[in-house]
Design a protein around this ligand. Sequence first.
Ligand SMILES: *Cc1c(COP(=O)(O)O)cnc(C)c1O
Length: 385
Amino acid sequence: MNSAHVYGQSVPPIPFLDLKVQYQGMAAEIHAALDEVLHNTAFVLGPAVQKFEQAFAAYCGAKHCVGLNSGTSALHVALLCLGVGAGDEVIVPAMSFIATAWPVLYVGARPAFVDIDPRRYTLDPTGLAAAITKRTKAILPVHLYGQCADMDPILRLANQHGLPVIEDAAQAHGATYRDRRAGALGRIACFSFYPGKNLGAYGEGGAIVTDDADLADLARQLRDHGQKTRYVHERLGFNYRMEGLQGAVLDVKLRHLDAWNAGRRQVAARYDELLADTDVVTPAPCADGDHVYHIYAIRCEARDELKAVLQECGIGTNLHYPIPIHLQKPFAPFGYGPGRFPVAEELGRTELSLPMYAELTPEQIERVVAVVRQARGDGRRSAAR
Ligand SMILES: *Cc1c(COP(=O)(O)O)cnc(C)c1O
């Protein structure tokens, strides 16, 4: 991205995400942890992964964590652990990253989409009852953008029907719902440690978290070629193991997670304050838990124009996500057309993600908002002409 000019002065661009400052602040810790793995050569699973698994389970308030190679694998393993297969249905929100729904197809099941809540942006419990059929095998809410789904009504309905709830917590490390952490709210929770997530590895990574020892045991077999004893393969397995170097990085970074999430909340509070009197819609964090702002999502009717102006001024933004899952090509066979989930579709059309990370400075936040204001002001004037 080119540097921008403010009053003739060149100013550095503000990237959508900047992981460099974070690394610089903990380089010594990271290097020591990586060094240990390089010396003991436990490159796949091993002590560093085990240490992280224990620490992360405890952090979430759950009994078991199984380290994997991605969040997508975690979702796949979760569905396999619960015995979801051909002919079954899994309820998923229409708005999420595509990876929420892929594993439903991997196991040969059918995604049953539900719209999202217009304020919370997570699976709308009011649409849930109508989506449950005799074939429903699991409910898969997503803690989208870093705010937990409204789990109580979802769990209540799930319990009435004897259905397991799988949390997609890939955007919600450390988020809470009624004093419990994401990861300890459903039967199994799935995390991603993709580098850009709130807790990110230095490569790919993921995990499932659960209180159920049998499910954790099964997940350990599935990630390692279906074996419990070496070269005795009990079932169809996968190579979904977490790497030692990633476990080492994650164990170090977990110690910083709460501070980073607190930093993100401060950035969000400042954005909220400075954007309050503009016509963009800012996030509406619910009082029932802590939002961890994986994404700071605003809504604006002239979203594409606003994105272009920010881009011209050297400010990186992103869209999460321009096309809801039910309208993506691989999901066409399931017959959900445009207009079916109006809230998800509107979010896809109007959502814009502003730069969000704990290290954003007050000056950077002010610059982002100044450009938003300038763009919206111009927008209103041209509309009035
Ligand atoms: C990132 C993400 C995933 C997938 O995780 P990967 O580690 O990239 O495979 C799944 N669901 C959601 C909501 C995500 O944001």
